[in-house]
Design a protein around this ligand. Structure first.
Ligand SMILES: Cc1cc2nc3c(=O)[nH]c(=O)nc-3n(C[C@H](O)[C@H](O)[C@H](O)COP(=O)(O)OP(=O)(O)OC[C@H]3O[C@@H](n4cnc5c(N)ncnc54)[C@H](O)[C@@H]3O)c2cc1C
Length: 497
């Protein structure tokens, strides 16, 4: 059972977990969403969105299954209740490892196609918790509303944990003329009115992945310290059904309703990116984490540490799926003894092992923040994410290549079952030790992961979802301390300057 029980006399539930059905019911809340010019009554009225919702709902149900309980839930030390591991804030290496198991779980569940599964935005809140000391000294710089940021961060963590909440996060602003700072400013989310009980904001956020399929939206503006006007220095969270929020969905790219055989991954639906209008949206005072302070905005990078660890871990899991699928291709095509083919699989293995190594290194070099939160090493995360961006297209290409014609010559279950032509396919296309249909199922999986419309959107996502490569390189330049390396050169070369 869930949880928003305000009666202190009521017996507390032993857990704070939602079932899949409760999660689905929570989305039927009057949220406003348009798709292809059509307003949806409910988010689940669109099959691709509904299939994605079903997939997320199955993650809620998994919390109650013994085989997933360890990865997806933990006992909250404060309440003694069983809660979602998404909302765990790691304070020890063991907790960090346990929290990673949750990332691995959601990554496998979605075959890595959801970059913003339900445990992603809690990772950002965990980042706020980790760096909340920095917000202690800060106060609102907008007259009329004076939230307590640290109190709000802690309360939001509790709120999310106690309600098994799913949130989306959007920081990117609408794409306008980037040569004109005024153009970007125009679309910034801005405070229109500040009151004692909260603020009213207007503007837009973009590519809010999963926003239509979540409960809350966690928002801020991506801006520079010098270019963001005080009224756009705002950071907060509201329910996605808050009056004034309108979502305009991009076109769907998955294959809802398709037979699982034809589209093993794309039939599971998608996380749908939304353009999100804020038209005079009220944000209560207790859901505001920064207001008017440009130096508060500069904390967004550090605060994303757990989210970036999530991205890297998911990519490592997906890379391992690529290796598994690649090995199966060699097995079913009988190409595994050809040295050139082995080298191609070696390339996939190199990619997967390297990403895994970055995850391990980031955790091994984790540091404790002043607030007592153990955070993965940022420079390892940045280098790992950069490596993944640089190599993702090549790895996809290699996986496609080892499949040969099989990736294109796919016919679907109905063709195999057709009495007139199915037997030709069955007889003429078997693989090494597998039937033609078994071989095709593997190719269908790889198609969905590398080549179909869903895979195209996912590849775009991997490329820029949390900063494109040039910005990551700039981050590395900022983050990695080089004095010790310089000293080593000087020592070896005998330079005394
Ligand atoms: C499928 C998808 C899902 C996403 N989901 C989310 C989400 O859930 N939440 C969220 O907040 N964001 C999300 N993003 C947005 C992502 O954060 C932005 O795409 C990213 O920050 C790049 O910003 P932009 O797209 O506005 O690029 P633009 O600013 O329009 O720039 C276009 C390109 O120019 C180059 N460029 C521009 N400025 C620079 C610079 N200063 N240095 C180097 N190169 C530069 C880059 O190659 C960049 O990709 C998503 C993006 C995609 C494609």
């Amino acid at each position: 059972m869930t949880v928003q029980d305000t009666n202190p006399a009521a017996v507390k539930p032993a857990h704070r977990l939602k079932t899949g059905a409760e999660f689905k019911a929570s989305l039927d809340d009057g949220r406003q969403i348009w798709l292809g010019g059509r307003k949806l009554d409910k988010v689940t009225d669109e099959p691709a969105l509904a299939a994605g919702v079903d997939l997320i709902a199955s993650m809620f149900d998994d919390q109650f299954k013994p085989e997933f309980a360890e990865a997806t839930t933990y006992n909250d030390p404060a309440s003694g209740e069983l809660v979602s591991r998404s909302w765990q804030v790691p304070t020890t290496p063991e907790e960090l490892t346990a929290r990673r198991k949750m990332i691995e779980y959601t990554s496998l569940k979605t075959a890595g196609t959801f970059g913003r599964p339900p445990d992603l935005s809690p990772a950002i809140v965990a980042g706020l918790m980790a760096h909340r000391e920095a917000f202690k000294e800060k106060s609102s710089m907008i007259d009329g509303c004076q939230p307590d940021f640290v109190e709000n961060i802690e309360a939001y963590m509790d709120f999310g944990r106690n309600n098994n909440l799913t949130a989306s996060e959007s920081l990117a602003g609408p794409q306008t003329d980037r040569s004109n700072p005024k153009a970007a400013e125009m679309a910034f989310l801005r405070v229109k009115e500040a009151r004692a009980d909260g603020i009213v904001v207007s503007g837009a956020k973009t590519v809010g992945s999963i926003a239509a399929q979540a409960n809350d939206i966690f928002f801020t503006n991506l801006g520079g310290l010098t270019t963001t006007p005080p009224e756009a220095c705002v950071w907060g969270a509201v329910p996605i059904n808050t009056p004034g929020i309108k979502m305009i969905s991009r076109e769907m790219v998955s294959q809802p309703g398709a037979d699982k055989f034809d589209h093993p991954v794309a039939s599971m639906g998608e996380e749908a990116d939304q353009f999100i209008i804020f038209d005079n949206v009220f944000v209560p005072k207790d859901k505001i984490f920064n207001l008017g302070d440009p130096t508060g905005m500069s904390w967004y990078g550090p605060v994303c540490v757990f989210a970036h660890w999530h991205v890297l871990t998911r990519l490592a899991v997906k890379a391992e799926l690529f290796v598994g699928a690649g090995q199966m291709v060699l097995d079913v095509l009988g190409t595994g003894k050809i040295p050139a083919v082995q080298l191609m699989l070696g390339e996939l293995i190199e990619y997967a092992q390297t990403l895994r190594a970055f995850v391990i290194a980031a955790e091994a070099q984790a540091t404790m923040t002043a607030a007592g939160v153990l955070t993965p090493d940022v420079s390892m995360l940045t280098a790992g994410r950069l490596y993944s961006i640089d190599n993702y297209p090549k790895v996809i290409h290699t996986l496609q290549e080892i499949c040969g014609q099989g990736l294109v010559m796919r016919f679907g279950k109905a063709a195999f079952e057709n009495p007139e032509v199915g037997h030709y396919l069955q007889d003429l296309l078997p693989g090494h030790g597998v039937s033609a249909m078994q071989k095709e199922l593997l190719m269908n999986f790889i198609w969905d992961m590398t080549s179909g419309a869903l895979a195209g959107r996912v590849a775009l996502f991997e490329n820029v979802n949390s900063s494109p490569a040039p910005r990551l390189r700039a981050r590395l330049f900022e983050e990695v301390k080089r004095e010790a390396f310089v000293d080593q050169v000087k020592t070896i070369a005998g330079m005394d300057w």
